[in-house]
Ligand binder design. Structure first.
Ligand SMILES: [Zn+2]
Length: 531
């Protein structure tokens, strides 16, 4: 038997000596079959369970360290299950006597033969005795009993063989035990395999049961798919949907282009509206200026009217005085009144009438201007409704009582009126006997007597007067005439300046106007000359 001596790698000290018989445990460990001798190892550290799946799975293990240098050299199995390879009980062997041998034979016959053959060699003796006696055992026993030294040697051999047999028995026991373990493990695994196969079969059955309705559903789906009519219906619906989508796309593009056009139009109309707004504001300013002028003219006309009424009353008094004179004197002598005074009075009266006519023409122009304003505001209101409100407010400020339809009529009047208006002014001036507004200082010069003055009031017209004026001039009339002429000259200057900017009226247009203040009513019927 070989003996191994183990040494520590770190300190080279002897650890133990082993008989060279080993049992492999798991993959990386070997265990000595026979207990080692001269062990110089110590268990150290906590005890722990072995790694599962290996031979030491159920064992309790502890580290072994070198006594000298305390370096780890292996594991010690502290406890292990019964019948395990490393179980401690395996070392308790029992003596099992299977047969007993008789070692001594009673010496009864021929002791001489034994003594006579003493000189022979021991190797020849059994053969010779066997050949002589025919009994092998007797001869050998005789030789054993004859040599006690050989018997002791035999006993020693027997002892060593018994030790070998013990070792072999232990190894065989361990091998059989490991084989038994493996077999039991195989049995367990076979049992698990059977269980697994049974589970698999059960799962397969369940899968088959589940597959059956799925197959039925699949066949139904196939039947549905093979149904051509539903498919055709779906295709037709798809085509209709495609057509509708394309039509909607066309509509969308057309709507887009229309939107672009509308946006362009909107921008254009916005620009137009802006220009119209600026135009409206400028016209409003002009309207305010015209209103101011008209107010001034109205004030002047009131003053003139008042003076005119005074003159009228004076004329009436003179007529009464004249009538009384005639009644008193049936034969009227030649008039003592100087004719130049009469002419002066006539000139003053005609001048007042002319100024009244100019006021009426001024009012007419103002009305025309208002109609133009209204027309422009109507165009602005078309552009935007918001602007309409502003325009309405502007009309409320001015004069919104005239209907909007009159604005269109005034549009044409405007163009025609400008063609004849300057001549009209000149003719009117000639008719009134005025040379020029700049030469108002000479207004008192005598106009032709037969010329008539157009005046809105019929009762003060000279043609309606029954007789030519040959009444003596009342007192204090010359000074009043001078104030009248001064007023009229200023108002005529205003009229002429307005004529340059304002438009006239076409043909026979009648403008009826009420003064805005409501304090005075003045109706004027204007007939352009030459008609
Ligand atoms: Zn060591």
């Amino acid at each position: 038997m070989e003996t191994l001596r183990c040494q520590c790698v770190s300190c080279n000290s002897d650890l133990a000596s082993f008989v060279n018989l080993w049992v492999q445990i798991g993959k990386g460990y070997c265990s000595p079959v026979i207990e080692a001798e001269n062990i110089k190892l110590d268990p150290k550290g906590p005890q722990r369970g072995g790694e599962s799946g290996t031979l030491v799975a159920d064992c309790l293990l502890q580290d072994l360290v070198c006594i000298k240098c305390q370096s780890n050299v292996g594991l010690k199995c502290v406890t292990s299950p019964v019948n395990h390879v490393l179980h401690e009980a395996r070392k308790e062997s029992e003596l099992n006597i299977q047969r007993s041998l008789k070692l001594r034979q009673p010496v009864t016959s021929e002791p001489q033969q034994a003594t006579s053959s003493d000189d022979r060699t021991p190797g020849d003796r059994p053969r010779a005795s066997a050949a002589e006696n025919g009994v092998h055992c007797q001869g050998s026993y005789a030789s054993v009993s004859a040599t006690p030294l050989g018997l002791e040697r035999l006993q020693a051999d027997l002892e060593t063989q018994r030790a070998d047999i013990d070792r072999i028995d232990t190894a065989a026991y361990q091998v059989v035990s490991s084989f038994d373990n493996s077999m039991s493990r195989i049995d367990r695994e076979m049992q698990m395999l059977n269980d697994t196969v049974r589970d698999l079969r059960r799962d397969l059955e369940a899968n088959k049961h589940e597959l059956r309705p799925l197959k039925a559903g699949l066949s139904a789906v196939e039947a549905n798919v093979s149904d051509k009519s539903a498919l055709a219906k779906l295709e037709s619906q798809l085509e209709m949907t495609n057509a509708a989508v394309s039509a909607m796309r066309k509509l969308a593009t057309s709507a887009k282009t229309a939107t672009h056009h509308l946006q362009a139009d909107l921008q254009g109309s916005n620009r137009e509206m802006r220009t119209l707004q600026t135009e409206t504001s400028s016209l409003r300013q002009e309207l305010n200026a015209a209103k101011k002028n008209a107010k001034d003219a109205l004030a002047a006309s009131k003053e003139q009217e008042r003076q005119f009424s005074v003159l009228q009353s004076e004329l009436g008094q003179m007529r009464e005085a004249m009538a009384q004179d005639r009644a008193r004197r049936p034969e009227p002598p030649k008039s003592d009144y100087p004719t130049n005074e009469l002419e002066i009075i006539t000139a003053n009266v005609s001048k007042i009438g002319r100024e009244a006519g100019q006021i009426s023409s001024l009012q007419m122009e103002f009305d025309l201007f208002k109609s133009r304003m209204r027309r422009l505001e109507g165009r602005v209101s078309v552009c935007e409704a918001k602007d309409v409100n502003e325009t309405q407010r502007g009309m409320d400020v001015g004069d919104g009582r005239q209907p909007a339809g009159a604005a269109n009529a005034g549009d044409d009047d405007d163009d025609h009126a400008q063609s004849w208006f300057p001549q009209e002014g000149a003719r009117k001036r000639r008719a009134a006997g005025v040379r020029d507004p700049g030469t108002t200082g000479a207004d008192i010069e005598t106009p032709p007597k037969q010329k008539r003055v157009a005046h809105p009031r019929d009762d003060v017209r000279p043609d309606t007067a029954s007789s030519p004026i040959d009444v003596p001039l009342p007192h204090a009339s010359s000074g009043r005439n001078r104030t009248v002429s001064a007023v009229t000259s200023s108002s005529s200057r205003q009229v002429n300046s307005r004529r340059q900017t304002m438009a006239g009226v076409q043909g026979r247009s009648a403008v009826k106007r009420k003064s805005r203040g409501g304090d005075d009513a003045l109706d004027a019927i204007y007939t352009p000359p030459g008609d």
